[in-house]
Design a protein around this ligand. Structure first.
Ligand code: NAP
Ligand code: MG
Length: 503
């Protein structure tokens, strides 16, 4: 048996083809395990099981309060195995242990626990005003599960993103088939063990790792699927939107970002310098909300850059599990090549490299994908490194004259995922109102909560995840009208037997 098998219809199994692939540690290149590689036929098997589970209502038919107990048990199962999961996540994805514990494992448990609170809220129909027709009627709104969901996720927050999709789908009564990213399949398979033990009925959740577009495309095009929830790049998001349109599936897309951080001239610099460094260098910049464009007022520019560069040089880059390391590797050779390519483009297009800018080797780093925290100044809005999502530890710094210019620069992007403003709250909130992004943090950064909606404006996505709005994306809304006046004379129907008078 593979170290990380498929989980379909409540059973662990190999792929139908028998194919496997390897998952490795991006800090060291060390082999972690073999993974069953799901092909399209495995996707069909998982979707068929999901459909059967949905149709016989073994999960959808439960009260929200019953689903809640199972969701809470999954949350507890994650907490009980937190140490093991965090270490595995650190090894499989290159997350530092602090990030793996706090964001991935802690986040995953929190999402299940919170969705356990939300699930019962869907039980009670919402009363609506009666219709304008004469005679009394009772009108109400039912929030019903969409049906079979498929979820495709990237490699930067593997367990947390699996938890986002599965917890919300389950809270609303759906079945779900999840495909983890091929770079980071390990913890999703462990989550399958926890889900099986928590009492989720067979078929309701399947988890099928595997690289290769064939499997992902099956999840997006198969008519058994009602909704696709995708997190990943804008490019793949566009393809998914197109493919899903053929069968008019519901689609939520959480895509890329190029988030700006605006430092106002009244910002607390101790806070803003640390915050700006955290915003871009957390998880080596492999975060969709990474604050990758820093906008500084002319008067503060030089001092701020000097202090930020000092912070960047204090970051301890190294293997995720090494004591004292504060920034790990990039996830793969491909990602390393991409990021170094962008750094090269920055240099060639005339930006000034003030720190970093290279792969780090020596001292046990040779077999990993390490890049030094990198800062470019003297950038212009048309440069590749300002326009495109790099998904690495690379910050661009732009100057601005007045706040109008700062807002215009921040909004000059095809993306609109998130942003930050550093300054006194009253002024910062005015700026926040003018940013065209789904999230704005004032004097903080990277804070996501299962209770707050998250998603993108513009080409950063469609729909929202998390909170009540996010949960509603996993539901269909059904209006039920109950006429309460039985008298035929009370009805204002169009008479179907009497011809209309000529106009
Ligand atoms: P990606 O290339 O878009 O891949 C994401 C997932 O989609 C993977 O599981 C991939 O697996 C699958 N996939 C690729 N092509 C597909 C297709 N044609 N049909 C179906 N599935 C397909 O992104 P990535 O490189 O893994 O992750 C980095 C990107 O994700 C960044 O651009 C980042 O901004 C974005 N991201 C966004 C958020 C957010 O919340 N907005 C969060 C994290 C990351 P296969 O290759 O096996 O098909
Ligand atoms: Mg790996």
């Amino acid at each position: 048996m593979s170290d990380f098998p498929l989980f379909i219809d409540g059973q662990f199994s190999e792929a139908a083809s028998g194919d496997t692939f390897d998952t490795n540690d991006p800090s060291t290149g060390v082999h972690i395990g073999t993974v069953a590689q799901a092909g399209p036929e495995d996707a069909v098997r998982a979707l068929t099981a999901a459909r059967a589970a949905f149709e016989d209502r073994r999960w959808a038919g439960k009260r929200g309060s019953e689903r809640s107990r199972v969701l809470a048990a999954i949350g507890k199962g994650i907490r009980d195995r937190a140490a093991e999961l965090a270490e595995l996540e650190a090894r499989d994805s290159g997350a530092t242990l602090a990030k793996a514990k706090g964001a991935d494992v802690g986040g995953a448990a929190t999402w299940f626990r919170t969705m356990a609170e939300y699930a019962p809220l869907l039980d009670e129909p919402e009363a609506l005003p009666q219709t304008i027709a004469p005679g009394p009627s009772y009108n109400y709104l039912r929030r019903e599960p969409v049906g079979v969901c498929s979820a495709i996720i990237p490699w930067n927050f593997p367990l947390q993103m699996a938890a986002w999709k599965i917890s919300m789908a389950l809270a609303a009564g759906n079945s779900i088939v999840l495909k983890p990213a091929p770079e980071t399949p390990a913890t999703a398979v462990k989550l399958a063990e926890i889900i099986a033990e928590a009492g989720v009925p067979n078929g309701v959740v399947s988890i099928i790792p595997g690289p290769g577009p064939g499997t992902g495309e099956e999840l997006v095009t198969n008519p058994l699927v009602d909704k696709v929830a995708f997190t990943g790049s804008t490019e793949v998001g566009r393809q998914i939107g197109r493919m899903a349109a053929a069968t008019v599936k519901k689609v939520t897309l959480e895509l890329g970002g190029k988030s700006a951080q605006i430092v106002l001239d009244d910002a607390d610099l101790d806070l803003a310098v640390d915050g700006a460094a955290y915003a871009i260098f957390f998880h080596a910049g492999q975060v969709c909300t990474a604050g990758s464009r820093l906008l500084l007022p002319d008067a503060l520019h030089d001092e701020f850059v000097e202090r930020l560069v000092a912070r960047a040089r204090d970051i301890v880059v190294g293997p995720a599990l090494r004591q004292g390391v504060t920034m790990g590797p990039l996830v793969s050779q491909t990602q390393l090549d991409t990021v170094l390519g962008y750094i090269d483009a920055g240099r060639k297009e005339g930006a000034t490299l003030v720190t970093g800018g290279a792969r780090l080797t020596g001292d046990g780093l040779d077999d990993g994908y390490f890049v030094a925290p990198t800062v470019f100044t003297d950038v212009t809005p048309d440069m590749t490194i300002v326009r495109e999502e790099i998904f690495g530890p690379v910050l661009t710094v732009q100057r601005y004259g007045d706040v109008d210019e700062a807002v215009a620069l921040a909004n000059d992007s095809e993306y609109g995922l998130a942003g930050g403003v550093w300054g006194t709250p009253a002024r910062a909130m005015d700026v926040a109102a003018r940013l065209r992004t789904g999230t704005v943090w004032v004097n903080d950064y990277h804070l996501l909560s299962p209770k707050y909606p998250f998603g993108g404006y513009k080409q950063s996505g469609n729909g929202r995840e998390h909170g009540w709005l996010g949960l509603l994306e996993y539901t269909e809304a059904k209006h039920v009208h109950v006429g309460l006046d039985p008298r035929r004379a009370s009805k204002r129907w169009f008479d179907m037997t009497v011809p209309h008078p000529r106009p």
